[in-house]
Design a protein around this ligand. Sequence first.
Ligand code: ZN
Ligand code: ZN
Length: 373
Amino acid sequence: MATELDYYTVLGVERTATDAEIKKAFRKLAQQWHPDVNTDPGAQARFKEINEAYQVLSDPQRRQTYNMFGRAGLGGESGAGFDPGAFGSFSDIFDAFFGGSAAAGSRRGHPTAGSDLRYDLPITFGEAVRGTDKEIQFPVYGTCETCHGNGAKPGTEPVTCDSCGGRGEIRSTRRTMLGQMVNVTACPKCNGEGKLVTEPCPACHGEGRTERNRTLRVSIPAGIDEGHQIRLSNEGEVGVRGGPAGSLYVAVHVTPHAQLRREGTELLYEADISIVQAALGTTISVPTVDGDEPVEVKAGTQPGTEIRLRGRGVPHLRRTGSKGDLHVFVNVVVPAKLSKRQRELLAEYAIESGEVVAVGHGGILDKVRDALG
Ligand SMILES: [Zn+2]
Ligand SMILES: [Zn+2]
C-alpha cells in the first residue's frame, strides 16, 4: 500500500459516473486484466485494484463514504474486496458480477437496461399546496424508429454470436490444486448479449436508440414539498438494443412564500398589530394560499396569541381530504415613536387607569405628575 489508490482513476471513469458507466468500465477492465486471460505477471495485482475499486464504487453507500473520506474511511469495513485472502476465487467475483443474482443487475443474454433520469422542476408555493399539472421537456434516448431498437440495418437481422453460441457467456474450466474450477465470463465479442449486429442501423449506429426531445405531462399531487421526487417508471432512457427503460425522477423545488412559512401540512403566519388594536380588537388581512382573507382579532388579545384557521393549511399527501391548519401568531408592537398628540392621549389613558409613567417635558405630562402627586 505504497501509494494511495484513486478508485475513479483505476476504473478510468469520471467522479460523476453513473452506476451503468462504472459497471461497464469494470467489465471491460476485468476482461482485459483477469489473470485467467492475462498472463502478464502484474495482471494479478492490477486486477486486485480494479476489483477493489469496483466493490466500492458500485455500492452507493460505500461510494459516498469514499467520496467524503477517501480510502481511509472504508478502513474498518470487513466487506469482501479488501481482504487479500478473499481474492483467490475469481469465479466468485465473476459469478457475483455476471451471474443471475438480483444484486448484479445485468444478466447474461439480456440487453442492458437504460439509465434513470432526473428532472429538476421548479413550482410555486401555491402549486405545491394545490397540486398542478406540468409539461416538461427533456432530451432522452428513445427506441430508434429506423431499426425498432435492435440496432440492425433495416432488411437485416442481428445474428447469433458465433463466439458464445448465443448464450452471452463463456465458460472455461481449469485444473487447480484444489480441483477443477469453472470460470464464467461474459462473452467479449457480443458483450454478453448473445447476438451480433453485422450491418449496423445507419440512424443509430447500431445502438438501437437515438436521442430526442421528449415532452411529458407530469401530475404534481397537492401537498408535495421541497425535495420530494416523483418516480415515473419506464420514462427514463431506453437501454442499448432494446434494453428496458430506466425511471424518470422529477425532483420538485418549491419557491418559498413571501409571508407564509410551511412546516409539513401546517402554515404559519405572524401578524403585527398595535397595542391599541390588541386592546380594542380589529380585523387583519391574512395571506392564504387562496389570497388575502380578513380575520377578526378580539378585543383584549394578548401578545403571542394564536388564531387557528382550521383546514386552511396544506393537504396531506397520502390522506385524501385531510388538511393542516393555518396558524396566525399575533405580535403586539409597542410604538417606538409618538406624536405630541399621541403622547397626550396615552398620558390621559395613564391618568384614567392610575398608572405611573415616565415624565416628559412640559405640557400634559407635567399634569400627569401633578395628578399622581
Ligand atoms: Zn437504429
Ligand atoms: Zn457472444
